[in-house]
Design a protein around this ligand. Sequence first.
Ligand SMILES: Nc1ncnc2c1ncn2[C@@H]1O[C@H](COP(=O)(O)OP(=O)(O)OP(=O)(O)O)[C@@H](O)[C@H]1O
Ligand SMILES: [Mg+2]
Length: 439
Amino acid sequence: MSRLGRILVVDDEANARTALAELLRDEGYEVETAADAFKALGKYESFAPHIVVTDLKMPGMDGIELVKKIRATDEVTGIIVMTAFGAVQSAIEAMRAGAAEYLTKPLNFDELLVVLAKVLENQAVRREARQLRQRVRERVAPDNIVGISPPMQRVFEVVDQVAPSRATVLITGESGTGKELVANAIHQRSPRASGPFIKLHCAALAESLLESELFGHEKGSFTGAMTRKDGRFQLADGGTLFLDEIGEISPSIQVKLLRFLQEHEFERVGGTQTIRVDVRVIAATNRNLVEEVAKGRFREDLFYRLNVVALEMPPLRDRKSDIPALAKFFLDRYVKDNSKAVDGCASETMELLMAYDWPGNVRELENAIERAVVRPACPRSPARRCATSSAMRSSRPSRRPAGRPRRRRRCSGSASARSSTACTSTTRPPGPTSMSSAS
Ligand SMILES: Nc1ncnc2c1ncn2[C@@H]1O[C@H](COP(=O)(O)OP(=O)(O)OP(=O)(O)O)[C@@H](O)[C@H]1O
Ligand SMILES: [Mg+2]
């Protein structure tokens, strides 16, 4: 491929077209030509030019129409129009339709080279800005992971060991244990941290859509494929691709993924061009993949390719010493997000949080605390009751008139709820309660 870029020259005058193409090739550009706008649209799909240089006056479809057709699906490709001296009005119309520049004929070749360089530079700046916006959106600081328990300390050790390499990592663990958070931390601590972190939830898409999301597709490769589209592998070039729920992918996608992991290359759906990218893959699942392999539902060779480094996220019930720090972390976050005034957790609440088994793991704890902050009077599940604000220390003074006994809800069902005074009594005498005023 040319270092400078690909240019499609569109002109119905054969001599002008060939001469311009020759000059541009001599300058180091990769050039294709088209004798009219229809042929140009055909070549544009397969050649994917960085810049289209087109005449405005052509039989059939004119240059302005061509600009509109390209702009309907593509904001990036630069378009330069050539117009006869004295026909500037149509050039202005082309600029309104999305052309980047216009030049008058006969062309001044030096001027054309300057304009080409400028348009290519603008494209590079726009591409970089888009990548930067993407990175800012995706970024989660590793500091956002809370964990002082020995099992989490071991997780952090593995994260630090594997981050510098390109090794594929398979993260397993129950739902809500933090698999995605850890995948992100590996990326952020890796040498590819300045590259993109792209996620794909494999269970959320039908097989054909998943294939095109992963590998991209060519225009017309299936009904509804109106334009060529890059897949997540290409978007993740230079960075990390996180494949969530990998245990759900079909046998045919398993084969394609295996090929990528072995050869780092693939073709778009409906395409023949082989694309090579530099992508680190991190996969996650809450299924037991060893069992899936034994049952013949998951390819053994793919399992070994994914499981180069295995990282098992411990369930929250096996690391309860993390609960106080997690509770504080989420309380601070949601108090700040909701501009509320709560300054901590009462000790009886903490007992409840510690006694509960959290089948939904950290996500359930996070949700319970968010609910307690946002809707303190609306407890739903036993876990949420554990964290209702009746037991959270609020810095807002209690509105209960002095001397009136406080009515409390009766909790039932959960061992954690039964075990604490915070949720059992129906009426309490006045006096210090778990709702305490801050200074
Ligand atoms: N150690 C942790 N510190 C802080 N927040 C955490 C921690 N672990 C999980 N979370 C939070 O809990 C929620 C669930 O985490 P995450 O999405 O990473 O879990 P998961 O294992 O990928 O779940 P699933 O299997 O359902 O996709 C997220 O909001 C995440 O920020
Ligand atoms: Mg997840």
